[in-house]
Design a protein around this ligand. Structure first.
Ligand SMILES: Nc1ncnc2c1ncn2[C@@H]1O[C@H](COP(=O)(O)OP(=O)(O)O)[C@@H](O)[C@H]1O
Ligand SMILES: [Mg+2]
Length: 335
C-alpha cells in the first residue's frame, strides 16, 4: 500500500487497517483505529506515543495475547506473509517462542517465581532438536552474552535472586535464544534506571544485528527510540498519525503531535528526566465514533476542517507519511 515492493526490503510484518475494540461496562473502547504500517525484515521499528495511545494493545494483538474483552473488528496482520488473525489457535500458539518472541515491561510476566532461570532457559528451546546438555550450554552462553556474571553459578538461581535489571537481561536472553524472526518488546526498559536503560538498549541492538531478527520496540521514550530504531510509528489515541525513518521523524516531523512530543523530549538518551512527555490536555475518550482529527482538541493549529473531516494519509518525501489536514492545505497553497 505504501511502499513500492521493488525498492523496499521484504516486510516481516505488514499490518493493514487494524481495528480493535474492548468491551467495557461504559461501552466499546476503540483502542486501535485503522492502524497500518510495515516492519521491514531485519529492521527495528519503534512505536511511540503517550500512555493510553494503544501501543501495548498493538503489541499484544501481534502476539495473540489479548484479554477476553478484546475484539479485532477489521484488518489483517501478515507475519512472514500469513495473516495471523486468520490462523487457527494451535498454529498461532506454536509461533510463540519460535518465530515470535516477546519482552515485557515487567520481566516477572515471563518468569515463573518457583522455577530456576536454567529451567526457563532450557524449556524455551523446546522447538530445538538438540540434547538437554546442548540446550544448557546454549543457555549459559546466552546468559554470558547478555552480561550475567558467572552464569554457571547463577543458572540454578530463582528469579527473585536477581535484580530488576538482571531479570530483564534474563528475559532478553530467553527471547533471543529461540532466534525469532520478530521480537516484540513492550517498554522493556521503562522500569529500569537511565544507566541500565542505555546498557539494555545497546545489548538489544547488538543482539538484533547478530541474530538478524526484526524488532517491534514499544516505548514512550524518544531517546531510546532514536538510539535503537530504524523507523518510527507515532500513535495517538489508537491511530497512527505519522510514520517514517528515525531521521525524518526526528529532523522533519510533519504532524503537530509528533512535533509536540519532540518539544517535550528532544530524544537524548542520557537526559535525566525520563518521565512521560507532557503535552497540555489529555488523550480523548476512545468511546464512540469520532468525526474529524483525533488530535484537534490539543492541536495549536487546528482549523474548521479538523472538526469536519478525518485526515487522510499524506506522503512527505519518499518514505514518510502523516495524517494531517495542514499537509493538504500546504499542498493546495503551493500548487
Ligand atoms: N483490557 C482492557 N479493557 C478495556 N480497555 C482497555 C484494556 N486494555 C487497554 N484498554 C484501553 O485501551 C487504550 C489503550 O491502552 P494501551 O494499549 O495500554 O496504551 P499504551 O500502551 O499506549 O499506554 C486505553 O484507553 C486503555 O484504557
Ligand atoms: Mg503500554
Amino acid at each position: 500500500m505504501r511502499r513500492d515492493d521493488s525498492v523496499s526490503p521484504r516486510s516481516v510484518l505488514e499490518i493493514r487497517g487494524l481495528n480493535l475494540d474492548f468491551g467495557t461496562p461504559r461501552g466499546r473502547v476503540h483502542a486501535l483505529r485503522n492502524v497500518s504500517f510495515d516492519l521491514p525484515a531485519g529492521q527495528v521499528v519503534g512505536i511511540v506515543g503517550e500512555s493510553g495511545s494503544g501501543k501495548s494493545t498493538l503489541a499484544y494483538t501481534v502476539m495473540g495475547l489479548l484479554p477476553d474483552n478484546a475484539e479485532v473488528t477489521a484488518g489483517s496482520i501478515l507475519f512472514e506473509g500469513k495473516d495471523l488473525l486468520k490462523m487457527r489457535a494451535p498454529a498461532r500458539r506454536s509461533l510463540l517462542g519460535d518465530r515470535l518472541s516477546m519482552i515485557f515491561q515487567d520481566p516477572m510476566t515471563a518468569l515463573n517465581p518457583v522455577r530456576t532461570i536454567g529451567s526457563h532457559m532450557i524449556d524455551i528451546q523446546h522447538h530445538e532438536q538438540v540434547s538437554r546438555g546442548e540446550k544448557r550450554a546454549r543457555a549459559l552462553e546466552m546468559l554470558h552474552r547478555v552480561g550475567i556474571p558467572d552464569p554457571e553459578s547463577r543458572v540454578g538461581a530463582y528469579p527473585h535472586h536477581f535484580s530488576g535489571g538482571m531479570r530483564q537481561r534474563v528475559c532478553i536472553a530467553m527471547a533471543l535464544l529461540v532466534k525469532p524472526a520478530l521480537l516484540v518488546a513492550d517498554e522493556p526498559t521503562t522500569a529500569l534506571d537511565a544507566t541500565l536503560e542505555v546498557q539494555i538498549i545497546h545489548l538489544l541492538k547488538q543482539l538484533q544485528k547478530e541474530i538478524g531478527c526484526s524488532i517491534l520496540f514499544v516505548s514512550h521514550h524518544l531517546g531510546a527510540v532514536a538510539e535503537l530504531c530504524d523507523r518510527v510509528v507515532i500513535m495517538y489515541a489508537g491511530e497512527v498519525v505519522e510514520e517514517g525513518s528515525v531521521r525524518d521523524i526526528f529532523h522533519n516531523p510533519a504532524h503537530p503531535y509528533t512535533r509536540a512530543l519532540l518539544e517535550c523530549d528532544p530524544g537524548r538518551i542520557k537526559k535525566s528526566t525520563r518521565t512521560l512527555p507532557s503535552i497540555p490536555g489529555e488523550v480523548p475518550s476512545l468511546l464512540g465514533t469520532k468525526l474529524g482529527c483525533i488530535f484537534r482538541s490539543r492541536c495549536p493549529q487546528a482549523f474548521d476542517r479538523c472538526v469536519q473531516e478525518n485526515p487522510v494519509e499524506h506522503r512527505i518525501g519518499l518514505d514518510q507519511v502523516a495524517r494531517c489536514h495542514l499537509l493538504d492545505e500546504k499542498r493546495l497553497v503551493s500548487a
